[in-house]
Design a protein around this ligand. Structure first.
Ligand code: HEM
Ligand code: HEM
Length: 275
């Protein structure tokens, strides 16, 4: 990655990380300061786990999982290791989302509030269900060694598209949930009277949109993409004078699937060439 491009990447990444952290602080301050705190007691404090786990897990961790391949300082690491990190972070995000679902269903059942009546809940459950499917297909396609390379390559555009769609949808669903909760929860003064809690939580909503925008930006810049192992190989052999016979045509085929677990020396990069 050229120096200027690297600088821009670091700015975008730092901004995303900062906005993500501030969002987590905001959701914690909302439930701990303005609301009933956190507990697992069937009451409102149990409900509060719902937004906290969604923002920290399903939004923040998922966002980080999506961009881990883009971190230039991981490009010397094996693709397999990065896949484990990507899949692992997505799995943790999913577990957070499931616990967040359990918290709200448990609270509704204890308080005799009907389940699944709102658009928020319909779309929310859809997103979590499809996210689970994305995880299973991701493992099946990219972690199980027997999956044909041609399948991996063919499925990749769909994997990336559905991943970005799910991430964006999670943020949209969270915004609906935030709005619902403010309307239900604020009575004196009401939401329309703009009490401090309303302003504070509206800002949380804006932060989530900005976080989403930054992650989507990072994940869609082609110049910040992890080079395929084929490219790394070319850089390596051009710069280092290695012979090409170490990796045969099989590797270049693999690279189409963005998925080569090539030998360590292919991955060692020639940094001079990259600047
Ligand atoms: C309820 C999912 C984010 C507030 C629900 C329910 C689901 C769900 C499935 C229905 C529970 C039931 O019927 O018993 C999601 C998903 C989210 C998300 C997938 C993120 C992607 C949020 C956030 C808030 C929130 C950030 C903010 C406080 C609520 C409220 C309810 C609820 C107030 C109860 C009313 C209703 O069922 O619509 N959520 N939620 N949600 N959620 Fe969320
Ligand atoms: C790439 C999302 C699960 C393997 C991507 C990208 C997204 C994404 C948005 C594009 C990233 C980029 O262009 O830099 C998701 C989501 C998942 C998930 C939301 C979970 C619900 C998995 C799993 C695996 C996997 C379980 C299994 C290892 C890959 C691979 C790439 C990728 C190999 C290509 C990376 C590259 O070469 O640049 N994923 N993914 N994903 N994902 Fe996933």
């Amino acid at each position: 990655m050229a120096m200027e491009s690297l600088r821009q990447f670091v700015v975008a990444l730092s901004a995303a990380a900062a906005v993500g952290f501030v969002s987590i602080i905001f959701v914690l301050r909302w439930v701990l300061h303005y609301k009933e705190g956190l507990a697992w007691d069937g009451g409102l404090a149990e409900f509060n786990w719902h937004p906290v786990l969604i923002v920290t897990g399903f939004i923040f961790l998922q966002g980080i999982a999506i961009i881990v391949y883009r971190l230039p300082w991981t490009w010397q690491c094996s693709k397999l290791l990065m896949k484990f990190i990507h899949a692992g972070l997505n799995l943790v995000a999913f577990i957070f989302a499931v616990i967040a679902m359990v918290a709200v269903f448990d609270f509704h059942n204890a308080a005799k509030i009907p389940n699944m009546y709102s658009l928020h809940s319909w779309l929310g459950l859809m997103v979590v269900t499809l996210y689970c499917l994305q995880l299973v297909l991701g493992v099946g396609m990219y972690l199980i060694p027997v999956t044909p390379v041609s399948w991996r390559a063919a499925f990749m555009p769909l994997h990336v598209y559905s991943g970005l769609l799910l991430f964006s949808s999670a943020i949209a669903v969270a915004l609906m949930g935030i709005t619902e909760k403010l309307i239900f929860g604020l009575s004196n003064p009401k939401y329309k009277d703009s009490p401090p809690e309303a302003i504070f939580v509206n800002i949380l909503g804006v932060l989530l949109v900005v976080f989403g925008a930054l992650i989507l930006w990072i994940a869609t810049q082609t110049s910040w993409k992890r080079p395929t192992d084929q490219t790394l190989h070319t850089l390596h052999s051009n710069g280092g004078g290695e012979d090409n016979t170490k990796v045969g045509p099989a590797l270049s085929q693999l690279s189409d699937g963005d998925d080569a677990e090539a030998s360590g020396d292919v991955r060692r990069r020639n940094n001079k060439l990259d600047d």
